[in-house]
Ligand binder design. Structure first.
Ligand SMILES: [Zn+2]
Length: 198
């Protein structure tokens, strides 16, 4: 996870807060918002802000992102159309939005509100560890240490680390290499470089 900057909210969302205020069921209100195509508009806006990465695991969203209510709307209907509460997550079953489900914990960090990148330590073997007990709980609650994610990070980061090690004595080549666009797991990549240059 890393800090994200929220764009200005779409007027459709502002309208929805008033339009659906009388509907008691947050599921029904959210569903009606989707019927008009507005949910998709919001999702696309957030996906673009997040560079098509899941806000939690930083893996590619591919074609299957969904709007996650950071605090579940089933726990508090007032947050159904709360702009600060909407985040795009991947749809993998064992992590992120799907894993946290209908739970909410006060120690969780909303990456649009607070920078979470310093809470976690990534390793080139794919592991992730919390720097504090709360951070470790976040990893478990969000499934950021699930075997699928660890394996994917290991494949990508170990190759990345090997390349960096092979060019570490040639600053010009390193500089060139660092300009390459990093697509997925940006926070883990940054830490891999930092660890090597320490
Ligand atoms: Zn994810």
């Amino acid at each position: 996870m890393r800090k994200l900057s929220r764009p200005i909210e779409l007027p459709e969302l502002t309208v929805a807060r008033k339009k659906y205020a009388q509907i008691n069921s947050p599921e029904e209100a959210w569903s009606r918002f989707g019927d008009n195509g507005n949910r998709e508009k919001v999702r696309k806006q957030l996906e673009s802000t997040q560079n098509n990465l899941c806000a939690y695991c930083e893996n590619s969203l591919g074609k299957a992102g969904h709007i996650d209510h950071f605090k579940p709307k089933s726990l508090d209907r007032k947050v159904t159309f709360d702009w600060e509460n909407l985040i795009v997550s991947c749809c993998e079953r064992n992590s992120c939005g799907e894993k946290k489900g209908e739970y909410y914990r006060s120690y969780w960090v909303n990456p649009y509100l607070k920078d979470p990148s310093g809470l976690f330590r990534f390793y080139a073997n794919g592991q992730i560890k919390g720097r504090t007990p709360d951070a470790q709980s976040i990893i478990e609650d969000f499934g950021l240490d699930c075997p699928r994610l660890e394996e994917k990070r290991r494949t990508i980061l170990s190759t990345y680390q090997n390349v960096l090690l092979s060019i570490v004595d040639d600053p010009e080549v390193i500089e060139y290499y660092l300009q390459e666009t990093i697509e997925i797991f940006p926070t883990a990549h940054e830490q891999t470089i930092k660890n090597l240059l320490q």
